[in-house]
Design a protein around this ligand. Structure first.
Ligand code: URA
Length: 229
């Protein structure tokens, strides 16, 4: 693999930062300073950053179907953590790319790759999240346009980003948003005089939830890469 990729995989550095460290002579490969980031290296090589040995990590990318009554936290609080359902090593290294509330269900992505999860959670990347929402009353006709144009949530400096609303039943809608403010979906409906009674995340980006409640699986390579485009 290329040296810059190896440095990224074994540290928290971005590609630009890794290239900067390499080009300024901070990386040694098998005892020699290497300043070309495209140099091919192997995991058996001894690679040092400022004298400290680097070890490439294999990141983990997991999809889970969150049950109601579990929390997106690494430890149990009032409710049990959904991590209890994951029988993998080093759970404390994992985090959730976009939490769901305790009463919400659906798709949760779990990883130990912070740069990957940033692509999912930062509004800048416009990664879509699709929610199936049950409401206390039918949506009024003007809500679709309001959500498309952006609405003002209490305490937020900016309007919400354009969101797509599809009415699929008298009190049921699909809502697609590309950001994840605190309790965003509930607050959006509250701002238009409605109330969320059920909330289920069906998809993130191009990946759809395809496993039963409480189950989990590793993402495929194609699914992992779909979030880095
Ligand atoms: N928006 C909410 O209000 N709650 C969630 O769990 C997810 C999005």
């Amino acid at each position: 693999m290329r040296l810059d990729k190896f440095v990224c995989k074994s540290t928290e550095l971005t590609k630009i930062e890794a290239i900067q460290r390499i080009s300024t002579g901070q990386i040694c490969v098998n005892g020699d300073v290497v300043t070309n980031e495209a140099t091919q290296v192997h995991e058996n090589n001894t690679i040092l950053l400022n004298g400290i040995k680097l070890k490439a990590r294999d990141f983990r990318y997991i999809l889970m179907h969150k049950p109601e009554g579990t929390i997106c936290s690494n430890i149990d609080e009032v409710y049990p953590s959904l991590f209890n359902r994951l029988n993998v090593d080093n759970i404390s290294e994992l985090h959730i790319a976009g939490r769901l509330d305790v009463d919400s269900t659906g798709m949760v992505l779990i990883t130990d790759d912070g740069r990957w999860s940033f692509n999912i959670t930062t509004p800048m990347k416009e990664c879509s999240k699709v929610y199936r929402v049950g409401l206390s009353r039918p949506v009024s006709d003007d809500v679709e346009a309001k959500f498309r144009d952006g609405i003002q949530l209490q305490g937020e400096p900016q309007l919400t980003r354009p969101a797509a609303l599809e009415v699929i039943g008298p009190k049921e809608v699909l809502l697609t948003i590309t950001e994840g403010k605190f309790h965003q979906v509930k607050r959006m409906f509250s701002a238009v005089g409605n109330r969320v009674v059920s909330l289920h995340r069906e998809a993130i980006g191009t990946v759809y939830l395809d496993i039963d409640v409480g189950q989990w699986r590793y993402l495929t390579d194609i699914e992992v890469q779909s979030f880095t485009k």
